[in-house]
Design a protein around this ligand. Structure first.
Ligand code: ASP
Length: 325
């Protein structure tokens, strides 16, 4: 991918030649460390602008389609908020059963129709590779908002932004990810993104929900020290970040397998007894019992702050692909 840092000007002129103009965001494999610095620089500016003026007209007249074939609360709402804070507007298609998809329309045709009315499409779809397929047919940028158990690149960007904002840096950190590492697309994207840095990664999961071997190999090939555990107590005391995920009920073929593993981990004050004072506890949300509400007021609980960072990162991405950053 083009080095975004070659453009020294952060926002906000009209820069059709900007390196990200017209590009789709499909996988974290697109990003270099320099790209990330650039994105987070823009996200910072967005945060300052929102704090100063709330809403401003950087993307006035631009239209986003939010096309969601799977449920979403935060991703769809934060893309809507991001677009509206930038003065643009949104066509929400959250229930594809009320659209022509229910009549059997193919994804390429749906995309080629919706891009006639819009400037950028945010797509969530149950199939791995759906966003890449959409991008092959689209003339407008596609932003992958989750493709099945594949990737969720914008979530990984906001997760990394959260780590940097909260911890000050990434190099030297030990990050422990826990839960459904097999089906958790946010873990797939975040671990790949973290492999650009000097980190140690621990993975804690039940045997049947281990991180796919292919991703472990990618991380090891990049020289990342990786440890897998079945229990958190082996990893908690050395962790700077604990990233918890839910067991993804909708991805199980056999409901009994889900029943067997669903309550494996419940993080509460007791689980953090030997954790560092400056640990941060993250979760992409929704949680379905794996983090006890008793931790919500613990300053280490970063999951609600994490959501807010997401809006600034998504504002940055929209501005970038629409040539305004
Ligand atoms: N909201 C995240 C996702 O869409 C995490 C989750 O659903 O568990 O992948």
């Amino acid at each position: 991918m083009t080095k975004a840092l070659s453009n020294p000007h952060l926002p906000f002129g009209d820069q059709r030649s900007a390196p990200w103009y017209g590009k789709s965001i499909l996988t974290v494999k697109q990003f270099s460390q320099d790209d990330l610095k650039y994105i987070f620089g823009v996200a910072h500016e967005m945060r300052e602008m929102v704090e100063r003026v709330g809403t401003f007209d950087l993307l006035k007249g631009k239209i986003l389609v939010n096309l969601f074939y799977e449920p979403s609360t935060r991703t769809s709402a934060s893309f809507t908020a991001a677009m509206e804070r930038l003065g643009g507007s949104v066509i929400p298609i959250n229930e594809v059963k009320y659209s022509s998809v229910a009549k059997g329309e193919s994804l390429p045709d749906t995309i080629r129709s919706l891009e006639c009315y819009s400037d950028v499409i945010v797509l969530r779809h149950p199939e791995v590779g759906a966003s890449a397929l959409a991008a092959q047919y689209a003339r407008k940028p596609i932003i992958n908002a989750g493709d099945g158990i594949g990737e969720h690149p914008t979530q990984a960007l906001l997760d990394l932004f959260t780590i940097i904002e909260e911890k000050g840096n990434v190099d030297g950190l030990t990050i422990t990810m826990l839960g459904d590492l097999k089906n958790g697309r946010t873990v797939h994207s975040l671990s790949r993104l973290l492999s650009l840095y000097d980190v140690k990664l621990n993975f804690v999961s039940p045997e049947i929900l281990r991180l796919p071997g292919e991703i472990i190999s990618e991380l090891e090939d990049k020289g990342i020290p990786v440890q897998e555990y079945a229990l958190l107590d082996k990893a908690i005391s050395e962790s700077d970040v604990l990233y918890v995920t839910r067991v993804q009920k909708e991805r199980f073929e056999d409901p009994q397998d889900y029943e067997n593993v669903k309550g494996t981990y419940i993080i509460n004050s007791q689980s953090l007894a030997s954790a560092r004072e400056d640990l941060i506890l993250m979760h992409p949300l929704p949680r379905v019992g794996e983090i006890s509400m008793e931790l919500d007021d613990d300053p280490r609980a970063a999951y609600f702050r994490q959501m807010e960072y997401g809006m600034y990162v998504r504002m940055a991405l929209l501005a970038m692909v629409l040539g305004k950053a």
